[in-house]
Each structure stands twice: as C-alpha cells, then as structure tokens.
Design a protein around this ligand. Structure first.
Ligand code: CP
Ligand code: NVA
Length: 311
C-alpha cells in the first residue's frame, strides 16, 4: 500500500501523534547544526522528492527541500508552468512519468480532485502541498508548534477567525483526530459548509460557529487566522469579502480575551493590517516564526511516515 498524505486522516490520529513526537526529537537532536547538514541517521539517503507548484509558495517550496536534505535525500523543485503539465499533459500521465524518476512527489494545486487523480496514478507517495480544500502539512507544523510550547492537544481550545478556507478545513480534521475543540468566528457568507460540520459531528467534534469574534476567542488556548483572500480568489468579489471580514481582524483587544498564555498562529503569508494587526503578529503571543520553521520539522516526519520509516 502506497502511503499518500493527501489529508491528515490518511495518517490518522495515532500516526499524527507519532509524527509530532518524532519531529520534536529530530529537531532537538540537530539543534545548532548547519541547516542543510543531514541528520546523523540520514534515513532517506538516496531518495529524491519532486515538488510541483501550480501556485506560488515560499515556505512549502523551501521547507520541503531543506527537510529532504536533512533526511539525507534531495529534491527537484518544479513550477508547473515550466513543465508539460502547464501545456496540457494530463495529470495522470505526469504522475506516471514522475513516479519513474523520483521516490515521492509533493503537489500544490487548486482543485483537490486533481491531487487525488495525481495520487491515483502515481506509484510513489504523494503529499498535499496545499489545495483549495486543505493544507495538512501546515496543520502538522501548527500542531508541532503548540506541542512544543508545552500544550496538550486533547481538550485544547482553538479559535479560528475569518475565512472558512483550506486551513480551517485541515484544522477541523486535526481537531476530530486529536480531540481538540474548535470555535470559528466568521461572516455567514464565508462560514464552514454544512457537509464539513456534519462530518465533524459524526466524528465526535461539535465545531462552535459564531458571528461574534469575542465569543470564539474567550478563553481560547490558540487564536489562529489566515488571509481573507486565498490564492486564486482574487477578483471582483474581493472588496465585498474584505468588508465582511473586517470584524474578524485579530487585534490586541481580542487576544486579551484569550487565555493569558494563548498562542497566536498564522500560516503566513500575512496581510498585515487586514486579518491581523502588527501588534499581534509581532507581539508576545505570536508563535508564527516557530510555526514557519516547524514546516521543516513536521514535513520530515510526514515524509518518514510516507516512506514507512514511522509507524
Ligand atoms: N504557509 C504556506 O504554505 O506558505 P507558502 O505559500 O509560502 O508555501
Ligand atoms: N489560505 C491560503 C493559505 C496560504 C498558505 C491560500 O490558500 O492562499
């Protein structure tokens, strides 16, 4: 069975917990080393990862490359526009061919169905590098950041402000897998869909959805947000959406309602002064730079799981 990582559920709660623990150990073991130096055991020596981007990326692009170097392997980074995929070669054929060259593939694309089709035809593990539906690698890094700060995941109260986007989808999935609580404050027009909420409920998670940002944040352990306009959503509806989102900006006043030791998370890139004010992003509760760094450490463990090196 090929171990694809298209969603957090592909691994499941136990494997996810094992990944977080492995990531913490590996991060600690290599502290202070040059960033590109392989870990002592170099568990993926000789392995090659291809990453393909149909959308822009800074963190995902660089963190996968560095993750592979630290695991002893290497990476080929492809912009879809510069490949035949960009000229219409099919997803299936691209997946078949790349599977003959490399040992794993990470894909960032728009429609999640394209990622699933890619995985269906690949004969090596495929990793979700973000789709319009979900961003599981980012969530793994977010979870790692929370655990690293000494917080236990079961029962953790995670407030989400703003758009019901790919990040929120993966957060809700993480919450049902790891028994966290999620409160969402958002405008009605940009709320999580009923199908996702029903699925969460069937898996034992009742997501609290409110129009009131203060209510979601009250007593939260983590306050998180993301851009109000995700990649590919730019256009004429943008101005109305930005206006509707305004009450959900993360401010110092809102953060003061969360627990005194609450963390602020943002997957980045941030739109300073839109979804979050500088005083929060650069303030004492912000863990966003650790969160960005942890993309490397979390993805190392995801890759090890894909290669069967983690249970
Ligand atoms: N958070 C994240 O995925 O960032 P990039 O778009 O820079 O990869
Ligand atoms: N929701 C954002 C995440 C960027 C990392 C987007 O899809 O553009």
């Amino acid at each position: 069975m090929i171990r694809h990582f298209l969603s957090l559920g592909d691994a499941g709660g136990d494997a996810l917990a094992a990944m977080l623990s492995d990531a913490l150990d590996r991060k600690e073991a290599r502290a202070g080393q040059p960033r590109g130096k392989p870990d002592r055991d170099a568990p993926l020596a000789g392995r090659v990862l291809a990453t393909i981007f149909e959308k822009p990326s800074t963190r995902t692009r660089v963190s996968f490359d560095i993750a592979m170097r630290q695991l002893g392997g290497s990476t080929i980074v492809l912009d879809a526009a510069g490949t035949q995929l960009g000229r219409g070669e099919t997803i299936a054929d691209t997946a078949r061919v790349l599977s003959r060259y490399v040992d794993a593939i990470a894909l960032r694309t728009d429609d999640h169905a394209k990622l699933e089709e890619f995985a269906e035809h690949a004969t090596v593990p495929v990793v979700n590098g973000l789709t319009d539906l979900s961003h599981p690698c980012q969530l793994a890094a977010d979870l790692l950041t929370v655990v690293e700060r000494g917080k236990a995941l079961p029962g953790l109260c995670w407030a989400w402000l703003g758009d019901a986007n790919n990040m929120l989808h993966s957060l809700i999935e993480a919450a049902w897998l790891l028994r966290m609580e999620v409160a969402v404050a958002c405008p009605e027009a940009h709320a999580p869909g009923p199908a996702l909420l029903r699925e969460a409920e069937a898996r034992g998670l009742r997501v609290r959805v409110t129009r009131d940002a203060r209510e979601a944040v009250d007593g939260a352990d983590v306050v998180a947000t993301d851009t109000w306009i995700s990649m590919g959503q730019e256009g004429s509806a943008q101005a109305a959406k930005l206006a509707a989102m305004r009450p959900y900006q993360v401010t110092e006043e809102l953060m003061a309602r969360a627990r005194a030791d609450a963390l602020f998370l943002h997957c980045l890139p941030a739109h300073r002064g839109e979804e979050v004010v500088n005083a929060v992003l650069d303030g004492p509760a912000s863990a966003v730079w650790d969160e960005a760094e942890n993309r490397v450490h979390a993805q190392k463990s995801i890759l090890l799981w894909c290669f069967g090196e983690l249970a």
